[in-house]
Design a protein around this ligand. Structure first.
Ligand code: FES
Length: 371
């Protein structure tokens, strides 16, 4: 009875507001309301090599995620919405403290804030925008938390976190959550060894003090920074020297793809996540994309996805999430090669790729492929 009344009310609202949606008018009153998930920027903390953004999520956004997951973030750059994925760095609110602001809906919003960590990439459209232009009060678009890089249940007794560069961001969320769930004097932290590799041998500024203090104050958390400029690359053999019982620990690693490939080859069973960032300009020169069976060709720079470049040229390609999750934009490479903007992996003729997260390496011909 109640649902048919709600349905009738929604239909009436839709008729009264046609050709727009009721949410378009709600948006005029509260910009956090809209057809898509939205958030308001609360704070932008710019550090030397990292920017941490605090967001107030709008209605419908889930905030009880798994520590280690990421969200999609859409910002308007030069009049177009562009999307990238970033790791959440805060810990979800403790169980029992969450409020459900939308009890009738399938999703719920706790009213809690979310934080994301971003390493600016020269000429990276979104990270540059965030680092230089984003201000508190800006309204951005969001996607629900996703990804399967998180701690298993039940929680292991001993853990090795292995991070490199910006790969520290999802692990920060896990560490914050572990510290929150095991408060001082009440519960012992699991036995955690955290090795972080960086060309300066330091922890990124937003997290340096926090992790150093945690290591000093809490038995159970050991922080081992690795200076790759002085000591060379962090290899699996060097990891075994640093953590003699590494094979018996639950291992979670996040960093650039070659770093992860070496770790998983030597230490199978390691949970990995390639950090989500934009390729630096010049990582690929981009190229000309031809849509097979049509007369359509367009140019795509090396820091733009094929999907975005097609749209800029006036060609609408099928898409959904725009962030490499739903596979709606799957394309088959007929000729040439493309680079994955998130992992740096190169894919060639005969492979299926996602147009929303790949960019051409020179001339490439693609056709739509079933998702
Ligand atoms: S649009 Fe969803 S994977 Fe590309």
């Amino acid at each position: 009875m109640r649902s048919s009344f709600q349905h009738a009310t929604r239909r009436l609202a839709r008729l009264l507001t046609f050709p727009h949606f009721p949410s378009d008018y709600a948006n005029l009153v509260n910009p956090l309301h809209g057809r898509e998930l939205r958030g308001r920027v609360v704070d932008v903390a710019r550090h030397t090599d990292h920017t941490e953004v605090t967001l107030q999520p709008g209605p419908g956004m889930v905030t009880d995620f798994h520590p280690g997951q990421f969200i999609g973030l859409g910002v308007r750059v030069n009049g177009r919405w562009v999307w990238r994925c970033y790791s959440l760095t805060n810990a979800p609110a403790p169980a029992g403290t969450r409020h459900d602001s939308n009890p009738g809906g399938s999703n719920h919003s706790t009213g809690a804030l979310l934080t994301i960590g971003i390493k600016p990439v020269p000429d990276g459209a979104v990270s540059s925008h965030i680092s230089h232009t984003m201000r508190p009060g800006d309204i951005i678009r969001l996607t629900q938390p996703g990804g399967d890089f998180y701690l298993p249940t039940p929680l292991p007794h001993s853990i090795a976190f292995i991070t490199a560069g910006a790969g520290i961001t999802p692990v920060i969320s896990m560490i914050r959550w572990l510290a929150q769930e095991h408060p001082t004097g009440r519960a012992q932290l699991p036995d955690i060894i955290h090795v972080h590799s960086d060309s300066r041998g330091t922890i990124p500024a937003p997290y340096q003090r926090e992790l150093t203090d945690l290591a000093a104050e809490r038995r159970g958390y050991t922080l081992l920074p690795w200076n790759s400029s002085e000591r060379g690359r962090l290899t699996p053999d060097r990891l075994r020297d640093l953590i003699p019982d590494i094979t018996s620990r639950e291992r979670l690693a996040c960093g650039p793809q070659p770093f992860l490939d070496a770790i998983t080859a030597a230490l199978p069973g390691t949970r990995t996540e390639c950090f989500h960032s934009e390729l630096a300009a010049g990582a690929t020169d981009g190229g000309t994309v031809t849509l097979e069976g049509t007369n359509r060709t367009f140019e795509c720079s090396g820091s733009t996805s094929i999907l975005e470049a097609a749209e800029a040229a006036g060609y609408a390609l099928p898409h959904g999430c725009r962030m490499g999750i739903c596979h709606t934009c799957t394309a088959h490479i007929v000729d040439g090669s493309v680079t994955d903007l998130r992992s740096g992996h190169v894919h060639g003729a005969g492979e299926n790729v996602r147009a929303c997260s790949t960019t051409p390496q020179g001339a490439v011909t693609v056709r739509e492929a079933p998702a």
